[in-house]
Structures are given as structure tokens and as C-alpha cells.
Design a protein around this ligand. Structure first.
Ligand code: ACO
Ligand code: ZN
Length: 284
């Protein structure tokens, strides 16, 4: 969640150890006061519990039975899986996840009440277990039809395409719900970059396949902005700026932004979501 008057307090945690990573936090997060004086805090990479020393972590790991995030595994495309976690049923995990995420999210209010949220955790599997890469949260019921509240890729995994994968996943859920969705505002700079890139790439990909179809049929077909929203679940406002308004109609001009987005997409052979591997139905 976001709020204008959120505490943009000074960074209070020096370093975290999470699995095989040591990560320097970016922002303040309300961890217990006694942890803020330490040079490093230790987080169990499976249940996300936080302790004050390596010894405590080892003791914890010998008792901790988790080898993956709690909740249901709703997507698997080896080595990546998505787990859906209910903030009411797995409160401790959800709160620990929010605390961890706050270290990298500015202008966010931390919800101690995780009940209204679902958490979608992306994890990478190896012989030791499923290691958290990132996540997004989603309100169970959103008045503004947001399909993402907070989204994060942990720093060691950033700029490798996982953010795009999380965003793509959030829109696949919206497609199943037969709704359009949009991320909660305001977006961070990195959030905006990632979303704009995803929106352009997705729209231009649809336009190109539409064009090819109509060429094959040998007829000049038209596609509306509404059609594009329905097919992609991307809300109209989020792709309207890609078109130019011409004589009462939106005419899609292939702008340099679209061309660049498409070129970048083709040049990076990135992992995509395979919708046939998604096992999920919306709850009501
Ligand atoms: N500089 C320039 N471009 C970037 C950067 C960067 N640092 N990071 C990502 N991008 C661009 C990429 O080039 C890519 O675009 P392209 O395909 O057109 O080249 C696009 O953004 C997505 O890149 P990914 O590698 O998929 O993004 P990443 O895995 O790094 O995740 C995320 C993006 C989630 C925003 C990550 O940076 C992050 O967790 N940041 C900290 C938390 C945050 O700001 N979250 C969003 C808050 S808003 C909200 O929660 C609704
Ligand atoms: Zn644990």
C-alpha cells in the first residue's frame, strides 16, 4: 500500500543475510528496535523470520520445516514457481514479507493488517528448496480495481527480467478474472519504467499478430482500444498514450517508443509466463 504521509525515515538496518545473499537495504523498515543496532540481521529464507545472529539462524534452521513459501503452488515451470499466500491464513509469513519488502520500497505504509491481501511469491527451485526471488501483493477486493498493491524483486535478482515476469503474471490473473487491472499508485521510478516497458511490449506484440492475421485473411480489419484492453487486461489509460488521436479515432502510430520496446523484447530472450501451467481460479 502507499500513502502520502508515510514515514520516509532514514535507513535503519545496515545489512541483511537472506539465504546465500547479503543485501544492503535501501530504506527504513520497522524491524524491532533491538535489531537496528546490529551490523547484520539474519533472515530465514523460507519462513522469513528474522533473528539477530548466525548462531540463532542455525538454531532456527534446524527447527524450521519450511523449504518453500507457505500457501499453494499455483504455477510451476521449472525452476520457477509461484505460491499464493493468504495474508489472513499465513499472517506471520505475510508480515515478515512486508517487513522485508519495506527495506526496498519507499513511500509505502506498512500494513500490519495483512488480512485483506493475497501475496504471490516467485521462487526459484534447487536441491535445497525454493528460494524467494520477489513477490507482488494484491488486495482481495480492490475498490479501484488494482491488480497489484506492492511489487518487488530482491536486489540480487533485479534487472534480469523477473520484474517483467511478475507483472505478466499479475495480468494473467486479471485475464482469468475477466477484468482489467492496474498497479496501485504512485509507482516508484523503477516501477514506472518496468510497467511502461511491459505495456508497450504487450500492446505492440498484439498489434503485430493482429496485423499478420488480417494479412493472412487478406482483409483490412480494425481493432479498437477497447478490444486491446479486453485481450490484454491492461486498463485503457495505461496504453492510451501509445496512440495518436486522428480524425475522431485513435490511430496507432508505431512510435519510436513502441519500436524500441519491441526491439528490446526480441533481443532479450526472456522467460515468459505459460498460461497453460497456471492452476488458479479466483475466490469469491
Ligand atoms: N534502470 C533502467 N531500466 C530498468 C531498471 C533500471 N535500474 N530496472 C528495470 N529496468 C527496465 C528494464 O530495462 C526492463 O525494460 P526492457 O525490457 O524494456 O529493457 C524493465 O524495466 C523490466 O526489467 P526487469 O529486469 O524485469 O525488472 P526487475 O526484475 O529489476 O524488477 C522492479 C523491476 C520490480 C520495479 C524492481 O526494480 C524493484 O523491486 N524495485 C524496488 C521496489 C519497487 O520500486 N517496486 C515498485 C514500486 S510501485 C508498486 O509497488 C505498485
Ligand atoms: Zn524459518
Amino acid at each position: 500500500g502507499h500513502s502520502e504521509d508515510s514515514l520516509t525515515r532514514i535507513r535503519n538496518i545496515e545489512m541483511i543475510e537472506l539465504g546465500r545473499h547479503r543485501i544492503q537495504p535501501w530504506y527504513f523498515s520497522p524491524y524491532p528496535q533491538q535489531l537496528t543496532v546490529l551490523p547484520c540481521i539474519y533472515i530465514c529464507e523460507f519462513c522469513l523470520k528474522c533473528v539477530s545472529s548466525q548462531t540463532c539462524l542455525q538454531r532456527h534452521m534446524s527447527k524450521c520445516l519450511l523449504k518453500h513459501p507457505p500457501g499453494n503452488e499455483i504455477y510451476r515451470s521449472h525452476p520457477l514457481s509461484f505460491f499464493e499466500i493468504d495474508g489472513r491464513k499465513n499472517k506471520a509469513y505475510a508480515q515478515n514479507l512486508c517487513l522485508l519488502a519495506k527495506l526496498f520500497l519507499d513511500h509505502k505504509t506498512l500494513y500490519y493488517d495483512t488480512d485483506p491481501f493475497l501475496f504471490y511469491v516467485l521462487a526459484e527451485r534447487d536441491e535445497r528448496g525454493f528460494h524467494i526471488v520477489g513477490y507482488f501483493s494484491k488486495e482481495k477486493e480492490s475498490a479501484d480495481e488494482y491488480n497489484v498493491a506492492c511489487i518487488l524483486v530482491l536486489p540480487p535478482y533485479q534487472k534480469m527480467g523477473y520484474g517483467r515476469l511478475l507483472i505478466e503474471f499479475s495480468y494473467e490473473l486479471s485475464k482469468i478474472e475477466r477484468k482489467t487491472g492496474s498497479p496501485e499508485k504512485p509507482l516508484s521510478d523503477l516501477g514506472l519504467l518496468s510497467y511502461r516497458s511491459f505495456w508497450s511490449q504487450t500492446i505492440i506484440e498484439k498489434l503485430i499478430s493482429f496485423k499478420e492475421e488480417s494479412l493472412q485473411l487478406g482483409e483490412e480489419k480494425q481493432i479498437s482500444v477497447n478490444d486491446l484492453s479486453e485481450i490484454t487486461s491492461i486498463r485503457k489509460e495505461d496504453h492510451l498514450n501509445l496512440y495518436k488521436y486522428y480524425r475522431g479515432q485513435h490511430v496507432i502510430v508505431i512510435t519510436d517508443e513502441l519500436k524500441d520496446a519491441y526491439r528490446r523484447m526480441l533481443s532479450k530472450c526472456r522467460t515468459r509466463i505459460d498460461p497453460s501451467k497456471l492452476r488458479w481460479t479466483p475466490k469469491d
